[in-house]
Design a binder for this molecule. Sequence first.
Ligand code: GDP
Ligand code: MN
Length: 380
Amino acid sequence: MKIHEYQARNLFRKYGIPVPDAVVCHSVEEVEKNVPDDGKLKVVKAQVHAGGRGKAGGVKLARTKAEVVENARQILGMDIKGLTVEKVMVADAVNIEKEFYVGLVNDRNSKSVTLMASAEGGVEIEEVAKVSPEKIIKLAIDPLLGLMDFQARAVALQLFGEIMQALAAAAIIKKLYKLYIDTDASLAEINPLVLTPEKEVWAIDGKMNFDDNALFRQPEILKMREVSANEQKEIDANEKGLSYIKLDGNIGCMVNGAGLAMTTMDMIKLYGGEPANFLDIGGSSNPKKVIEAMEILLSDKNVTAVMINIFGGITRCDDVARGLIAALGQIKTEIPIVVRLSGTNAKEGLELLKSTGLPTVNTMREAAQKAIELSKKSKV
Ligand code: GDP
Ligand code: MN
């Protein structure tokens, strides 16, 4: 689960990490009413679940209240990475001498929470990792000992060099770690952590993600949840017994079994296509589930072809075929659908599907190739 920057900053503040004061506004009127006209330099920031807002024009400094209002007018309603900006945060701005990066992630390789820090802050860390990975300090944290004081100091000293600044940064890193553990986070980033000309250290951006599987014991975090339309679709699908994850491609996939679903996406990629989703309908051939899965797939406007990939084990392919025929009787669509059935009763299943006129194939390979070919023709 993701939260907005202003929510992360509220958590930071609760844990004693220094963040500038800010107000959140949903409209220009709210900005006019709620932002104090105190003559301080302000920064107006888009609140969306995406990074790189600065580059996209969603972070703007303002010297006067009039400028704050004007910036908010421009940023509200703006589109950043496909997300519409519905609120802005207006924060007291700080002067920046240098920008740093500090973050915590769950690292599967070291099987531990890993502290990452870099003197190349402000830019996206993925970019630093690609171009100059040696500029990122990494420290795997022992889950039993936690982050030790000396470790936090050692890392901070590598970034700041100067002892008083390093101590300030080390304290921030320790607090961030405590926050991370307490809230079952999966990511906590301060980018940038800044040094001001007055040699103060401030967190001026915050990003946090949380482990969905721990939300049941994190009621305070769960309260902050704001669900996007896509996420809502994933949650609805889950309630219907389907595992659905939306992706950015155009080939809709309907598959039984998570492993086969992963393989299907790989196969589409291998032949130069892009999967529109991960969708596991589970071990059931219930037509209702097939209908629901089809509805989810077809509601994605990017989908230009559908690949149905079923391996019959306990699930019988003829049952699935009946489910599909029932589903397609209810859902009318122009989008081409390729069906691959293999395994138990595949022959019977394919025979049944002949009446639908759907292209059927025996192998996953053919299905992926056919779906990609049809997707190119069908510009729906
Ligand atoms: P992001 O682009 O989504 O990561 O948004 P950030 O909050 O990190 O802002 C992007 C950049 O805007 C920062 O790296 C800074 O260079 C600049 N910026 C943000 N807040 C301030 C501020 O208070 N003062 C100054 N001078 N620059 C800021
Ligand atoms: Mn940032």
